[in-house]
Design a protein around this ligand. Structure first.
Ligand code: TA6
Length: 302
């Protein structure tokens, strides 16, 4: 007799990409080997927690719009990063924003079930697979645990003999009922960089509400923050270790028209809160040392 409580893992191809669909008694998750990118995550009987574009493409070498892209060894535009991070790049043409690993296949280290839970682990070893114009030995690993919630652990081991200066983010796209009705709780009084207004530094007053394009880098962030979604009667909670910065982004109407794989009205149903090590919170890892950033995502009724 088939035991419903035991998890299942199915490997499949979605267009050009190798993917895995994981089903546990709590939720279903789809992810791809390209970028070790989670594409969707939906607890049973609930709306999706992780948002995936209805216009997502699954082509080799092109990041899929949505899910949780991994930005490493820099976040955003390299030229906007601290000088120590820019110096790690040996010059020449700079690849697109968000670093060098979200559009390449990571190596699968293993898929293991742990009772009702499933853990998948992927790695990029830059000593064995050099990254263009970034000649530094490092072992990047993403460990994903699908249990009652969704846990992502992004770790970097400096396997070289000089310090590594990097910025990084788990660029999580969350599904919301209507961006105009939700709020982000937990960042009250945090300083932030307003990237839409000459990167001015400001301070958050109260919860974050949304009435236009929003693209902010929050600093000195706490270990816990939430999306409050009354229409869907739920709180998506982010519990974090090893990070004190987060990016909050919604493209709103005009920028949505310029985004790939993104319907013109898709801005209404998504919100990025990106668990990060960026700007003042950059990451410097000494030779032989390892840094871990952990994100636990859970959803619960309000
Ligand atoms: O994280 C916010 C951001 O840097 C936005 O400015 C926007 O560019 C977004 O990332 C999406 O970037 P992408 O390269 O995935 O289209």
């Amino acid at each position: 007799m088939y035991d419903e409580t035991l998890p299942t893992v199915e490997q499949l191809e979605v267009d050009e990409l190798v993917c895995w669909r994981v089903h546990t008694r709590h939720a279903e998750m789809l992810m791809t080997q390209q970028g070790a990118q989670i594409l969707s995550y939906q607890p049973h009987g609930e709306e999706p927690v992780i948002w995936l574009s209805g216009q997502a493409g699954y082509q080799k070498g092109k990041a899929v719009r949505g899910g949780v892209p991994v930005c490493w060894p820099w976040f955003g535009d390299l030229r906007r990063n601290p000088a120590d991070i820019q110096r790690m790049h040996e010059g020449g043409p700079i690849s697109p924003a968000h670093g060098l690993v979200r559009e390449r296949d990571w190596t699968l280290l293993g898929i293991d079930s742990e009772g009702p839970a499933v853990r998948l682990e992927f790695t990029v070893d830059t000593a064995g697979e050099p990254l263009p114009s970034w000649p530094h030995p490092a072992e990047l690993k993403l460990s994903i645990l699908l249990d009652q919630g969704l846990q992502m652990t992004l770790s970097t081991r400096n396997s070289g003999d000089t310090p590594l200066a990097i910025s990084q983010a788990l660029h999580s796209y969350f599904a919301v009922s209507d961006i105009r009705e939700v709020q982000v709780e937990g960042l009250d009084r945090c300083p932030y960089i307003e990237t839409l207004e000459e990167w001015q530094r400001r301070k958050q007053q109260g919860n974050i509400a949304f009435s236009g394009e929003t693209d902010r880098i929050y600093l000195d962030t706490p270990s816990s923050m939430s999306i409050i979604d009354r229409a869907w009667n739920r709180r998506i909670q982010l519990d974090v270790e090893g990070s004190t910065s987060a990016v909050v982004w919604n493209p709103w109407i005009d920028k949505s028209k310029r985004l790939s794989q993104f319907a013109e009205d898709a801005w209404q149903g998504m919100l990025c809160i990106e668990t990060a090590r960026v700007m003042d919170d950059l990451l410097v890892i000494r030779p032989g040392e390892t840094h871990q950033m952990v994100l636990n995502v859970s959803s619960k009724p309000l």
